[in-house]
Ligand binder design. Structure first.
Ligand SMILES: [Zn+2]
Length: 248
């Protein structure tokens, strides 16, 4: 990790009033969650199910094959993992009094578990479930119980689904509007753990108008060229180093 760039980033963070962290799967994989979009994830999904993860996670597939959907879903989404240094550092920054907005493509609730209050979940959450027929809420524990291959509503017998935006569904308008506004108003945008290939979410960063753009991602991203600073390192390591520099 480039210590000179850490010092620069710490200085930018120190002077920033409104920070947006825009995070993708890479933030969660540092907690040990598997990424279905990774090469291995896609390869293994094809091997096991004969189709792509995106197909399985689509609304049409869910409605036609809920059992296979849930087999896949449990494999990738229902793990008890803990927040890592990236989540914890962002929570510390918020607690230090800065206006920090976390805009995430992840559905794992790890930012909230770390203590962040201002989290916008573009793709919903795997914490909450409801009956697709009558709307009744069901718990995550109920979904995790593999003795019900397809979790059915305790009131009407309908299929229970996650509050996760599936492929083929629109993103929540209220959440996306708030995310775009936060990005628009920010003076520092940190993009972490996403190669910016999932649309429409990735296009929201085009609304950024502020002075400092920073990218932290293991691989090259489409935004590297316009960033002030680029780290091809672990997000947790970079943000933790910045917090230490700021004595948070
Ligand atoms: Zn129901």
């Amino acid at each position: 990790m480039n210590t000179e760039n850490i010092t620069k980033l710490a200085e930018i963070v120190k002077n920033a009033q409104k920070i947006v962290f825009f995070g993708g799967a890479g933030v969660s994989t540092e907690s040990g969650l598997k990424d279905y979009r990774s090469k291995d994830g896609i390869y293994n999904t094809y091997n096991k199910y004969g189709i792509s993860p995106e197909e399985i996670l689509s609304i049409d597939f869910f409605e036609e094959n809920p059992q296979i959907f849930y087999q896949f879903y449990r494999e990738f989404f229902l793990h008890n993992v803990k927040p890592n240094k990236a989540h914890l550092s962002l929570a510390k920054l918020e607690q230090s009094g800065k206006k920090v907005t976390v805009v995430t493509q992840n559905v794992d609730n790890l930012h909230q578990l770390a203590g962040s209050k201002n989290v916008l979940e573009l793709h919903g959450t795997a914490e909450k479930y409801y009956c697709a027929n009558c709307g009744k809420n069901h718990s995550k524990e109920y979904i995790a119980d593999k003795t019900n291959p397809v979790p059915k509503c305790t009131a009407c017998g309908g299929v229970v689904r996650p509050v996760v935006t599936l492929y083929g569904e629109m993103l929540d308008e209220y959440v996306t509007e708030r995310a775009i506004r936060a990005i628009w108003e920010a003076d520092l945008l940190i993009i972490g753990g996403t190669s910016l290939t999932v649309y429409p979410a990735a296009s929201y960063i085009n609304y950024f108008n502020g002075p400092h753009l920073v990218v932290i991602n293991k691989e090259h991203t489409a935004s590297d060229g316009r960033a002030d600073l680029v780290f091809h390192d672990s997000i947790g390591d970079v943000l933790d180093a910045v917090c230490r520099k700021l004595e948070l």
